[in-house]
Design a protein around this ligand. Sequence first.
Ligand code: UDP
Length: 412
Amino acid sequence: MRIAMVSEHASPLATLGGVDAGGQNVHVAALSTALAERGHHVRVYTRRDDATLPERVPLAAGVEVVHVDAGPAESVPKDDLLPYMDAFGDRLAEHWATEPPDVVHSHFWMSGLAALRGSADAPWPVLHTFHALGNVKRRHQGAEDTSPAERATLEPGVGKRADVVIATCSDEAFELTRLGVPSTRISVVPCGVDNALFTPDGPVAAHGEGFRLISVGRLVPRKGVGTTISALAELVARGRDDIELVIVGGSRDAAHIDEDPDVQRLAALARRLGVEGRVSFRGQVAHTALPPLLRSADLMVCAPWYEPFGIVPLEAMATGIPVVAAAVGGLIDTVVEGVTGVHVPPRDPAAVADAVEALLADPELRRSFGAAGVARAARRYTWTRVAADTERVYRRAAAARPARAAREAGRA
Ligand code: UDP
């Protein structure tokens, strides 16, 4: 099949860990590569955010990234991109007039707008993955949510107009039905993990004598790294003086870590709680450099307020370390309570401290959770399996497209 991925802000070529670059970039890159390995031709359309970028850049065998001119050729926060989505859609229509795809798969609500605009009256189906939902974000972030106001109406519209919405976890599927997306047009296919990179065996980063907890990901408040720092303070208050916390991610690399406002905020919290000597910020770490750091940890803490999917805990599982995870969103599906990790309520440092204490006290339990995590990641979450499941959804949508187009034409 000729597959067009549309990912307006999240380029598969971007550096990860900053405010707007995380799981969506990984998802689009890995899914595209795995689909190409199954013999498909994949083009990923992303917004040009740098004037020096070539129009087309090969990503992997069978995958090419196409930079689309829409808005200024410079970095723009994702929440400010809405005014450029009509132009993005028009450029897509021009591309697809000469190079038509068999299916279009858009990622994030704004890409959905552009993909649907570029596909008006087209014979191909548009499938959509939200990666995050505005109503969930608003529920948790309230006035801090910087999404444009139009998201509240435009986003459900994308869900209703797309041929199929691919949810990445069961919790998201429930949210989608609440938004009015018919359940018959929702398919659940999770994200995957690169389990050739994230393996239990391999180099281990240097570490001290005591226990090491690790947190990986963007440092935006809703990722709950503050909860993990507070849990560490709680453990210290309980007399534990043998635990350190390594925090990976942020908008700067290690050399410029002090310039990152999120690091400043979290470092201030650690100082206020008296644990600054036990917390080290590593900044953005190249994806390929993460496994040794993960292997150096006794467990991962992943305590977001909410989480549309969350690839990071899967990476910990594939590497063989247990996960203490907030029981929210995708983490409810991926982390199995009492088997690969422990579920805790979100925003509850005492619950995180309890779970960490219990795991640190029991090396056999950590080993068994680690081994179960490796097995679960290999069985359920390889990108090869995710690509095969996604391909099945594409084929069903392509087969159903003529009937749907006829229905829509009859209604018009
Ligand atoms: N990541 C990385 N280096 C960093 C921070 C994050 O490679 O410094 C990667 C991480 O390994 C994961 C992705 O970024 O693959 C984050 O995805 P996740 O779904 O956990 O969170 P999101 O950023 O999408 O909210």
